[in-house]
Design a protein. Structure first.
Length: 204
């Protein structure tokens, strides 16, 4: 499963960035709003995206940064299928989850791009962030999570409660966090990391 990270302020640690990239190895992307315009970058090389993020965070400390690290579940594993995707001329979208009704294994396009083509591309640009539409999209995507950002700097998380806030950062899931397994006597505090998904003991 992919992961989306919403970084409202501060710089994400190397630990977060490297684990998110390692457990989601099929490309990455970045989007943010600064200098009155949308910015985005995608690459199959997560290291390049991380570098772009670090540079952008330094230049724009007050901007909200959005990162996506991908595991490909449908469509070709290439840069074209890396998030974010344009919804229209003035908005970008990142997705975490699987839209089964829009997963076509005979298509080079992933489920997110097919959903945009078949559904969101038909929404008028000025209605995409409307109060009446967003609940309908949340219902349509079920347990999936969307993050959208427009060219006015407005952003929204759909199915936000299915993710997790840690301070100023929101994570669409925590599957990228290594599981901590005690390997020494209880009076010693050293741990080793094995596997994933048991994150209650995790500290950023």
């Amino acid at each position: 499963m992919c992961v989306i990270i919403v970084n409202k302020s501060g710089t994400l640690s190397d630990y977060i960035l490297q684990n998110a990239a390692t457990t989601n190895p099929d490309g990455a992307g970045l989007m943010y709003y600064a200098d009155e315009q949308l910015h985005s970058y995608r690459s199959m090389d997560s290291g390049k995206v991380i570098k772009k993020y670090l540079d952008a965070r330094q230049r724009h400390p007050d901007s909200v940064m959005f990162l996506h690290f991908r595991i490909g579940t449908s469509g070709t594993k290439n840069r074209t299928n890396c998030h974010p995707f344009p919804v229209n001329r003035g908005a970008l979208l990142m997705h975490n989850g699987v839209l089964y009704d829009y997963s076509d294994h005979n298509s080079n396009l992933n489920d997110t791009r097919l959903f945009i083509q078949k559904v969101l591309s038909h929404v008028p640009e000025n209605e995409l962030f409307s109060d009446w539409l967003l609940p309908l999209v949340e219902k349509a995507i079920s347990g999936n999570k969307f993050v959208m950002l427009n060219d006015r700097g407005e952003w929204v998380i759909l199915n936000e409660i299915m993710g997790r806030w840690e301070g100023e950062n929101w994570f669409s899931n925590m599957n990228w966090v290594p599981r901590m397994t005690r390997t020494v006597p209880p009076d010693n505090t050293r741990y080793t990391f094995k596997g994933r998904r048991q994150y209650e003991c995790f500290n950023f």
